[in-house]
Write a protein that binds this ligand. Structure first.
Ligand SMILES: Cc1ncc(COP(=O)(O)O)c(C=O)c1O
Length: 368
């Protein structure tokens, strides 16, 4: 373990939990757990270009990690103040590698014998790969309309795959009832460490921009792990004196066919309601009832950010448009983010000269 890793506390009720045993959600209120550190400044300079360069703010030391070289993806200038953080080149082709690297490292260190998770596709592929690297068996459940490449990828790494009618929520219910009892559940925000891996996206932006934060970060949101992670990371950076109280505006993008975070944000609610009949071809955004919805809302409001739902018909053309402008392999979720930037610029919600980091969260290859 990292000696600066102090413990776990509940994001909602602050109850403390033992960090030396495998934990899922708060045993008192059922909400996600937060990882706490003794936050002191450090310098990642000169370290290998992976997310483990921030090991002082990760629960486990780099030398004990299950790593496939994840993190430190390029932040590339596109046009008009737009920077694309390109996660398509992560191990297994998406930013899910970040969360799974840390979650699987911790699960192995704390004695897990097997791993399981429901997924929209990318998380399953990442879990299958990191499980293989850790020598742990993996069971995943995905919606039965998940594109074939995601399914074959999981099998390629030796994972057991179950296809379930409906959305990731139905896949989660299926696993709970039918999944192997001995498998540790690494569902989004139902264990504490995937957020820690994803938060490194904010540390990278800070480092890659030499401490000059962008005006806004546009993030395609499903379960919200990355959004919550980046919010947490900027707060940590302030405590360590890396930044002051300035924050990039965090902007959450969802598809009109499944937009629980946007709906709650716009209505002033402090939690999300389950989205009935969720649908979108940006499969990673088809998360009808995110357990961390209340945390996404806090992250958006704390940073004076916003939330926007884009029409389904704009997603694929926007992905193609950004791919043609940049030469990057833009996934549908990244396309949704680009469609959102265009809309926010047109409405004046994003100033024409604002510096904007857009997340291309994965490769588009697996959707074809
Ligand atoms: C490509 C892609 N983008 C975005 C998301 C949403 O990520 P999060 O759950 O962190 O909100 C997912 C989740 O499956 C995804 O696969």
């Amino acid at each position: 373990m990292n000696p600066r890793f102090k413990g776990l506390s509940c994001f909602a009720c602050d109850t403390r939990h033992d960090p030396l045993v495998l934990q899922t959600v708060c045993t008192r209120c059922g909400m996600p757990l937060r990882v706490d550190y003794d936050l002191r400044p450090f310098s990642p300079e000169g370290r290998a270009p992976t997310l483990w360069r921030y090991e002082e703010v990760l629960p486990i030391a780099a030398r004990d990690a299950v790593s496939l070289g994840e993190g430190f993806t390029p932040l590339l200038p596109a046009a008009d103040g737009l920077l694309v953080k390109d996660e398509s080149r992560e191990p297994t082709g998406s930013f899910k590698a970040r969360g799974m690297a840390v979650a699987v490292s911790m699960a192995r260190a704390l004695g897990a014998k097997a791993l399981a998770a429901p997924s929209a596709g990318n998380a399953a592929g990442a879990l299958a790969a990191y499980g293989a690297a850790a020598g742990l068996p993996v069971v995943v459940a995905m919606p039965d309309d998940t594109p074939r490449a995601f399914i074959e990828e999981c099998r390629h790494y030796g994972a057991e795959v179950h296809l379930v009618p409906g959305s990731i929520a139905d896949a989660g219910k299926w696993l709970k009832t039918n999944g192997p009892r001995e498998a540790f559940d690494v569902s989004t925000l139902k264990e504490p460490y995937r957020v820690e891996g994803k938060k490194t996206m904010a540390y990278e932006i800070w480092e890659q921009l030499a401490g000059a934060l962008p005006d806004a970060i546009v993030y395609p949101t499903g379960g919200g792990t990355g959004l919550v992670g980046m919010w947490k990371a900027f707060n940590e950076m302030q405590v360590m004196g890396f930044i002051g109280d300035e924050r990039p505006r965090l902007i959450s993008v969802q598809a009109e066919g499944c937009a629980p975070v946007v709906k709650a944000f716009l209505s002033g609610a402090d939690k999300t309601d389950p989205w009935p009949s969720p649908h979108t071809t940006a499969y990673g955004l088809r998360v009808p009832s995110p357990i961390g919805g209340f945390l996404c809302l806090r992250a958006l409001r704390d940073t004076r950010g916003t939330a926007i739902a884009v029409p389904e018909a704009e997603i694929a053309p926007a992905a193609a448009d950004l791919a043609r402008r940049t030469g990057l392999d833009i996934c549908p979720e990244g396309g949704a983010a680009w469609a959102a930037v265009k809309r926010l610029r047109a409405s004046g919600d994003l100033a024409p000269r604002a510096s904007v980091v857009l997340f291309n969260t994965g490769t588009g290859l697996k959707y074809r």
